[in-house]
Design a protein around this ligand. Sequence first.
Ligand SMILES: [Zn+2]
Length: 401
Amino acid sequence: MRAYKFLLRPTVRQEQALAEMLRDHCSLYNGALQERRDAYRHTSKTTVRYGDQSAQLKEIRAFDPERQGRWSFSSQQATLRRLDRAFTAFFRRVKAGLAPGYPRFKGTGHFDTVTFPKDGDGCRWDSTPHDRQTRVRLQGVGHVRVHRHRPVRGRVKTISVKREGRRWYVVLACDDVPAEPLPATGSTVGIDMGVTHFLTTSDGEHMENPRFLETMAKELATAQQHLSTFPRRTRRRTKKHRAAARKVATIHAKIRRQRLDHHHKRANELIRDHDVIAHENLNTAGMTKRPAAKPDPERPGGFLTNGAAAKAGLNRSILNAGWGMFLGILAQKAESAARRVIPVDAHNTSRTCPDCGHVAKENRLTQADFKCTACGFTANADHVGALNVLSRAGLVLCDGV
Ligand SMILES: [Zn+2]
Protein backbone atom coordinates (compact mmCIF):
# COMPACT_ATOMS: atom_id res chain seq x y z
CA MET A 1 0.00 0.00 0.00
CA ARG A 2 1.27 3.46 -0.82
CA ALA A 3 -0.39 6.86 -0.41
CA TYR A 4 -0.14 9.77 -2.81
CA LYS A 5 -1.24 13.26 -1.87
CA PHE A 6 -1.92 15.92 -4.50
CA LEU A 7 -3.09 19.49 -4.35
CA LEU A 8 -6.52 20.12 -5.84
CA ARG A 9 -7.26 23.17 -7.96
CA PRO A 10 -11.02 23.53 -7.69
CA THR A 11 -12.99 26.33 -9.33
CA VAL A 12 -14.83 28.72 -7.03
CA ARG A 13 -18.05 26.80 -7.51
CA GLN A 14 -16.35 23.44 -6.92
CA GLU A 15 -14.70 24.77 -3.78
CA GLN A 16 -18.09 25.76 -2.47
CA ALA A 17 -19.43 22.27 -3.24
CA LEU A 18 -16.43 20.67 -1.50
CA ALA A 19 -17.12 22.73 1.62
CA GLU A 20 -20.77 21.65 1.50
CA MET A 21 -19.71 18.03 1.09
CA LEU A 22 -17.63 18.26 4.29
CA ARG A 23 -20.42 20.10 6.10
CA ASP A 24 -23.01 17.48 5.24
CA HIS A 25 -20.77 14.53 6.05
CA CYS A 26 -20.00 16.25 9.33
CA SER A 27 -23.67 16.56 10.21
CA LEU A 28 -24.20 12.92 9.25
CA TYR A 29 -21.35 11.98 11.60
CA ASN A 30 -22.73 14.08 14.43
CA GLY A 31 -26.29 12.84 13.89
CA ALA A 32 -25.13 9.22 14.02
CA LEU A 33 -23.10 9.99 17.15
CA GLN A 34 -26.16 11.57 18.77
CA GLU A 35 -28.18 8.44 18.05
CA ARG A 36 -25.55 6.24 19.64
CA ARG A 37 -25.30 8.52 22.67
CA ASP A 38 -29.06 8.55 23.22
CA ALA A 39 -29.31 4.79 22.87
CA TYR A 40 -26.44 4.27 25.28
CA ARG A 41 -27.82 6.66 27.91
CA HIS A 42 -31.56 6.12 27.82
CA THR A 43 -32.30 2.72 26.36
CA SER A 44 -30.60 0.77 29.13
CA LYS A 45 -27.18 0.69 27.54
CA THR A 46 -28.10 -0.87 24.22
CA THR A 47 -25.56 -0.20 21.54
CA VAL A 48 -26.34 0.95 18.04
CA ARG A 49 -24.05 -0.69 15.52
CA TYR A 50 -22.65 0.31 12.18
CA GLY A 51 -25.03 -2.07 10.40
CA ASP A 52 -28.09 -0.43 11.98
CA GLN A 53 -26.95 3.03 11.00
CA SER A 54 -25.92 2.08 7.50
CA ALA A 55 -29.36 0.51 6.98
CA GLN A 56 -30.99 3.89 7.72
CA LEU A 57 -28.89 5.72 5.19
CA LYS A 58 -31.36 5.17 2.36
CA GLU A 59 -34.16 6.82 4.37
CA ILE A 60 -31.93 9.68 5.49
CA ARG A 61 -31.01 10.39 1.88
CA ALA A 62 -34.64 10.27 0.75
CA PHE A 63 -35.70 12.48 3.65
CA ASP A 64 -33.06 15.16 2.95
CA PRO A 65 -32.23 15.03 -0.77
CA GLU A 66 -30.80 18.57 -0.73
CA ARG A 67 -28.16 17.95 1.89
CA GLN A 68 -27.70 14.18 2.11
CA GLY A 69 -29.09 12.74 -1.12
CA ARG A 70 -26.65 14.52 -3.38
CA TRP A 71 -23.47 12.87 -2.05
CA SER A 72 -22.03 9.45 -2.70
CA PHE A 73 -23.69 6.63 -0.76
CA SER A 74 -20.32 4.94 -0.27
CA SER A 75 -18.59 8.01 1.11
CA GLN A 76 -21.42 8.37 3.61
CA GLN A 77 -20.99 4.74 4.61
CA ALA A 78 -17.28 5.44 5.07
CA THR A 79 -18.14 8.32 7.41
CA LEU A 80 -20.40 6.05 9.48
CA ARG A 81 -17.63 3.46 9.58
CA ARG A 82 -15.25 6.12 10.83
CA LEU A 83 -17.61 6.80 13.73
CA ASP A 84 -17.79 3.06 14.33
CA ARG A 85 -14.00 2.88 14.57
CA ALA A 86 -14.02 5.73 17.10
CA PHE A 87 -16.46 3.72 19.24
CA THR A 88 -14.52 0.47 18.86
CA ALA A 89 -11.39 2.27 20.06
CA PHE A 90 -13.33 3.84 22.91
CA PHE A 91 -14.73 0.50 24.15
CA ARG A 92 -11.38 -1.22 23.76
CA ARG A 93 -9.78 1.38 26.02
CA VAL A 94 -12.60 1.15 28.55
CA LYS A 95 -12.05 -2.60 28.66
CA ALA A 96 -8.32 -2.10 29.15
CA GLY A 97 -9.09 -0.05 32.28
CA LEU A 98 -8.02 3.27 30.78
CA ALA A 99 -10.03 6.47 31.01
CA PRO A 100 -10.73 7.36 27.38
CA GLY A 101 -12.84 10.32 26.30
CA TYR A 102 -16.25 9.50 24.85
CA PRO A 103 -16.29 10.09 21.07
CA ARG A 104 -16.97 13.76 20.53
CA PHE A 105 -19.08 15.84 18.23
CA LYS A 106 -17.07 17.50 15.52
CA GLY A 107 -17.36 21.18 14.67
CA THR A 108 -17.62 21.90 10.95
CA GLY A 109 -14.11 23.37 11.10
CA HIS A 110 -12.72 20.12 12.50
CA PHE A 111 -14.23 17.65 10.08
CA ASP A 112 -11.79 17.70 7.20
CA THR A 113 -11.85 14.40 5.35
CA VAL A 114 -14.30 12.51 3.18
CA THR A 115 -13.28 9.07 1.96
CA PHE A 116 -14.47 7.18 -1.08
CA PRO A 117 -13.75 3.51 -0.40
CA LYS A 118 -13.53 2.48 -4.04
CA ASP A 119 -12.32 4.20 -7.20
CA GLY A 120 -15.27 4.37 -9.58
CA ASP A 121 -17.91 4.51 -6.85
CA GLY A 122 -18.94 8.13 -6.33
CA CYS A 123 -15.53 9.23 -7.54
CA ARG A 124 -13.23 8.57 -10.46
CA TRP A 125 -9.47 9.07 -10.74
CA ASP A 126 -8.99 10.31 -14.28
CA SER A 127 -5.36 10.24 -15.29
CA THR A 128 -3.19 9.09 -18.14
CA PRO A 129 0.51 8.56 -17.32
CA HIS A 130 1.92 11.28 -19.57
CA ASP A 131 -0.85 13.80 -19.26
CA ARG A 132 -0.26 16.40 -16.54
CA GLN A 133 -3.83 17.57 -16.86
CA THR A 134 -5.20 15.12 -14.32
CA ARG A 135 -8.66 15.40 -12.85
CA VAL A 136 -10.69 13.64 -10.25
CA ARG A 137 -14.44 13.34 -10.66
CA LEU A 138 -16.37 13.63 -7.42
CA GLN A 139 -20.10 13.05 -7.12
CA GLY A 140 -21.89 16.31 -6.32
CA VAL A 141 -18.76 18.41 -6.96
CA GLY A 142 -17.67 17.82 -10.52
CA HIS A 143 -14.48 17.26 -12.46
CA VAL A 144 -11.77 18.84 -10.27
CA ARG A 145 -8.28 19.65 -11.53
CA VAL A 146 -5.41 17.90 -9.75
CA HIS A 147 -1.83 19.08 -9.51
CA ARG A 148 -0.25 15.66 -9.99
CA HIS A 149 3.41 16.41 -9.25
CA ARG A 150 4.55 12.83 -9.65
CA PRO A 151 3.30 9.72 -11.42
CA VAL A 152 0.95 7.33 -9.65
CA ARG A 153 2.01 3.68 -9.64
CA GLY A 154 -0.06 0.67 -8.75
CA ARG A 155 -3.82 0.40 -8.61
CA VAL A 156 -5.93 3.14 -7.00
CA LYS A 157 -7.99 1.62 -4.18
CA THR A 158 -9.45 4.44 -2.09
CA ILE A 159 -9.71 8.16 -2.73
CA SER A 160 -9.98 10.76 0.03
CA VAL A 161 -10.58 14.46 -0.16
CA LYS A 162 -8.97 16.51 2.55
CA ARG A 163 -9.06 20.14 3.64
CA GLU A 164 -5.99 21.67 5.25
CA GLY A 165 -6.42 25.31 6.08
CA ARG A 166 -7.54 26.84 2.80
CA ARG A 167 -6.07 24.14 0.60
CA TRP A 168 -7.77 21.05 -0.72
CA TYR A 169 -5.99 17.77 -1.36
CA VAL A 170 -6.81 14.41 -2.84
CA VAL A 171 -5.16 11.38 -1.21
CA LEU A 172 -4.93 8.12 -3.15
CA ALA A 173 -4.22 4.80 -1.46
CA CYS A 174 -2.74 2.42 -4.03
CA ASP A 175 -1.84 -1.25 -3.85
CA ASP A 176 0.15 -3.53 -6.15
CA VAL A 177 2.74 -0.76 -6.31
CA PRO A 178 5.75 -2.21 -8.14
CA ALA A 179 8.93 -2.15 -6.05
CA GLU A 180 11.84 -0.23 -7.55
CA PRO A 181 14.91 -1.83 -5.99
CA LEU A 182 18.04 0.32 -5.72
CA PRO A 183 21.49 -1.11 -6.50
CA ALA A 184 23.16 -2.77 -3.50
CA THR A 185 25.79 -0.68 -1.71
CA GLY A 186 27.08 -3.31 0.74
CA SER A 187 26.67 -0.81 3.56
CA THR A 188 24.94 -1.19 6.93
CA VAL A 189 24.41 1.85 9.13
CA GLY A 190 23.13 2.58 12.62
CA ILE A 191 21.35 5.83 13.40
CA ASP A 192 20.86 7.66 16.67
CA MET A 193 18.00 10.12 16.83
CA GLY A 194 18.89 13.02 19.06
CA VAL A 195 17.89 16.42 20.28
CA THR A 196 21.05 18.35 19.40
CA HIS A 197 21.19 16.76 15.96
CA PHE A 198 18.18 15.38 14.17
CA LEU A 199 20.13 12.16 13.75
CA THR A 200 23.69 10.88 13.80
CA THR A 201 24.92 7.91 11.78
CA SER A 202 27.43 5.29 12.90
CA ASP A 203 29.78 6.78 10.27
CA GLY A 204 29.87 9.85 12.52
CA GLU A 205 27.84 12.04 10.20
CA HIS A 206 25.31 14.43 11.73
CA MET A 207 22.05 15.30 10.02
CA GLU A 208 20.85 18.56 11.53
CA ASN A 209 17.46 19.53 12.79
CA PRO A 210 15.70 21.71 10.25
CA ARG A 211 16.51 25.36 10.86
CA PHE A 212 13.14 26.66 9.81
CA LEU A 213 11.53 25.17 12.92
CA GLU A 214 13.16 27.78 15.12
CA THR A 215 12.00 30.68 12.97
CA MET A 216 8.55 29.17 12.63
CA ALA A 217 8.34 28.48 16.38
CA LYS A 218 8.85 32.19 17.03
CA GLU A 219 6.24 33.16 14.46
CA LEU A 220 3.87 30.60 15.95
CA ALA A 221 4.39 31.94 19.48
CA THR A 222 3.54 35.46 18.34
CA ALA A 223 0.44 34.31 16.48
CA GLN A 224 -0.73 32.20 19.43
CA GLN A 225 -0.12 35.10 21.78
CA HIS A 226 -2.31 37.28 19.60
CA LEU A 227 -5.03 34.63 19.40
CA SER A 228 -5.05 34.28 23.18
CA THR A 229 -6.12 37.92 23.56
CA PHE A 230 -9.55 36.93 22.23
CA PRO A 231 -12.13 35.28 24.51
CA ARG A 232 -11.98 31.50 24.35
CA ARG A 233 -15.67 30.75 24.04
CA THR A 234 -17.92 33.08 22.15
CA ARG A 235 -21.17 32.60 20.34
CA ARG A 236 -19.94 34.34 17.28
CA ARG A 237 -16.32 35.07 16.44
CA THR A 238 -15.43 38.49 15.13
CA LYS A 239 -13.63 38.92 11.86
CA LYS A 240 -10.36 39.69 13.66
CA HIS A 241 -10.71 36.64 15.89
CA ARG A 242 -11.23 34.40 12.87
CA ALA A 243 -8.22 35.92 11.14
CA ALA A 244 -6.05 35.30 14.22
CA ALA A 245 -7.15 31.66 14.39
CA ARG A 246 -6.50 31.21 10.69
CA LYS A 247 -3.00 32.63 11.06
CA VAL A 248 -2.16 30.03 13.73
CA ALA A 249 -3.56 27.23 11.57
CA THR A 250 -1.59 28.43 8.54
CA ILE A 251 1.68 28.40 10.48
CA HIS A 252 0.95 24.92 11.83
CA ALA A 253 0.28 23.67 8.31
CA LYS A 254 3.47 25.25 7.02
CA ILE A 255 5.55 23.63 9.78
CA ARG A 256 3.94 20.28 8.99
CA ARG A 257 4.71 20.55 5.28
CA GLN A 258 8.30 21.66 5.80
CA ARG A 259 9.00 19.00 8.39
CA LEU A 260 7.58 16.34 6.12
CA ASP A 261 9.77 17.58 3.28
CA HIS A 262 12.83 17.41 5.57
CA HIS A 263 11.92 13.84 6.61
CA HIS A 264 11.56 12.71 3.00
CA LYS A 265 14.94 14.16 2.04
CA ARG A 266 16.83 12.63 4.98
CA ALA A 267 15.15 9.26 4.47
CA ASN A 268 16.03 9.31 0.77
CA GLU A 269 19.69 9.94 1.60
CA LEU A 270 19.83 7.01 4.00
CA ILE A 271 18.04 4.67 1.61
CA ARG A 272 20.29 5.66 -1.28
CA ASP A 273 23.54 5.02 0.64
CA HIS A 274 22.82 1.92 2.74
CA ASP A 275 21.34 -1.56 2.30
CA VAL A 276 20.48 -1.97 5.97
CA ILE A 277 19.49 0.82 8.35
CA ALA A 278 19.21 0.15 12.08
CA HIS A 279 17.50 2.51 14.51
CA GLU A 280 16.50 2.54 18.14
CA ASN A 281 13.11 1.14 18.87
CA LEU A 282 11.51 4.35 20.14
CA ASN A 283 8.73 4.30 22.65
CA THR A 284 7.60 7.83 21.88
CA ALA A 285 4.32 7.38 23.77
CA GLY A 286 6.28 6.68 26.97
CA MET A 287 8.84 9.38 26.29
CA THR A 288 6.29 12.12 25.85
CA LYS A 289 4.21 11.18 28.89
CA ARG A 290 4.45 13.52 31.86
CA PRO A 291 6.54 12.07 34.68
CA ALA A 292 4.59 11.10 37.83
CA ALA A 293 4.82 13.45 40.83
CA LYS A 294 7.06 12.17 43.64
CA PRO A 295 5.82 13.08 47.16
CA ASP A 296 8.52 14.45 49.48
CA PRO A 297 8.77 12.34 52.70
CA GLU A 298 10.26 15.29 54.60
CA ARG A 299 7.54 17.76 53.75
CA PRO A 300 3.96 16.43 53.87
CA GLY A 301 2.05 17.70 50.85
CA GLY A 302 5.30 18.71 49.15
CA PHE A 303 6.88 17.17 46.10
CA LEU A 304 10.42 16.30 45.10
CA THR A 305 11.72 17.52 41.76
CA ASN A 306 11.05 14.86 39.19
CA GLY A 307 12.76 16.56 36.28
CA ALA A 308 9.37 17.46 34.86
CA ALA A 309 10.50 20.83 33.53
CA ALA A 310 13.58 19.37 31.84
CA LYS A 311 11.48 16.57 30.44
CA ALA A 312 8.90 19.04 29.15
CA GLY A 313 11.64 20.72 27.16
CA LEU A 314 12.79 17.40 25.81
CA ASN A 315 9.20 16.44 25.00
CA ARG A 316 8.87 19.53 22.93
CA SER A 317 11.98 18.73 20.92
CA ILE A 318 10.84 15.15 20.43
CA LEU A 319 7.47 16.23 19.19
CA ASN A 320 9.07 18.82 16.98
CA ALA A 321 11.51 16.35 15.51
CA GLY A 322 8.62 13.97 14.74
CA TRP A 323 10.73 10.83 14.90
CA GLY A 324 7.81 8.46 14.75
CA MET A 325 6.71 10.02 11.50
CA PHE A 326 10.26 9.94 10.15
CA LEU A 327 10.64 6.23 10.90
CA GLY A 328 7.32 5.57 9.17
CA ILE A 329 8.54 7.34 6.03
CA LEU A 330 11.88 5.53 6.22
CA ALA A 331 10.20 2.12 6.51
CA GLN A 332 7.93 2.85 3.57
CA LYS A 333 10.78 3.99 1.31
CA ALA A 334 12.90 1.04 2.38
CA GLU A 335 10.18 -1.39 1.41
CA SER A 336 9.75 -0.02 -2.07
CA ALA A 337 13.52 0.15 -2.61
CA ALA A 338 14.06 -3.40 -1.26
CA ARG A 339 16.18 -2.09 1.63
CA ARG A 340 16.02 -3.35 5.18
CA VAL A 341 15.18 -1.36 8.32
CA ILE A 342 15.90 -2.97 11.69
CA PRO A 343 14.61 -1.60 14.99
CA VAL A 344 16.86 -2.58 17.91
CA ASP A 345 16.50 -2.43 21.68
CA ALA A 346 17.25 1.13 22.82
CA HIS A 347 18.23 0.13 26.37
CA ASN A 348 21.59 1.70 27.46
CA THR A 349 22.66 2.63 23.93
CA SER A 350 23.89 5.97 25.26
CA ARG A 351 25.76 4.46 28.25
CA THR A 352 27.57 1.52 26.70
CA CYS A 353 31.16 1.82 25.53
CA PRO A 354 31.33 0.69 21.88
CA ASP A 355 34.98 -0.25 22.36
CA CYS A 356 35.03 -2.41 25.53
CA GLY A 357 31.32 -2.86 26.32
CA HIS A 358 31.50 -1.23 29.76
CA VAL A 359 28.05 0.08 30.81
CA ALA A 360 27.89 3.04 33.20
CA LYS A 361 25.91 6.22 33.61
CA GLU A 362 29.22 8.00 34.27
CA ASN A 363 30.42 7.20 30.73
CA ARG A 364 28.19 9.97 29.50
CA LEU A 365 29.94 13.16 30.65
CA THR A 366 27.55 15.70 29.11
CA GLN A 367 24.84 15.80 26.49
CA ALA A 368 27.55 15.87 23.82
CA ASP A 369 30.54 13.96 25.25
CA PHE A 370 31.20 10.31 25.97
CA LYS A 371 34.24 9.02 27.87
CA CYS A 372 34.49 5.40 28.97
CA THR A 373 35.45 5.15 32.65
CA ALA A 374 36.97 1.69 32.05
CA CYS A 375 39.07 2.04 28.88
CA GLY A 376 39.14 5.78 28.25
CA PHE A 377 37.47 5.63 24.80
CA THR A 378 36.15 9.09 23.90
CA ALA A 379 33.72 10.14 21.19
CA ASN A 380 30.72 12.29 20.46
CA ALA A 381 27.82 10.89 22.52
CA ASP A 382 25.39 10.69 19.60
CA HIS A 383 27.98 8.90 17.51
CA VAL A 384 28.40 6.38 20.34
CA GLY A 385 24.65 5.79 20.36
CA ALA A 386 24.67 5.12 16.61
CA LEU A 387 27.64 2.72 16.92
CA ASN A 388 25.82 0.73 19.60
CA VAL A 389 22.68 0.60 17.46
CA LEU A 390 24.82 -0.72 14.59
CA SER A 391 26.42 -3.46 16.70
CA ARG A 392 23.02 -4.55 18.03
CA ALA A 393 21.74 -4.73 14.47
CA GLY A 394 24.72 -6.97 13.72
CA LEU A 395 23.53 -9.39 16.40
CA VAL A 396 20.03 -9.36 14.95
CA LEU A 397 21.38 -10.10 11.47
CA CYS A 398 23.59 -12.96 12.80
CA ASP A 399 20.59 -14.56 14.52
CA GLY A 400 18.93 -14.54 11.14
CA VAL A 401 15.79 -12.93 12.55
ZN1 LIG B 1 35.39 1.30 27.17
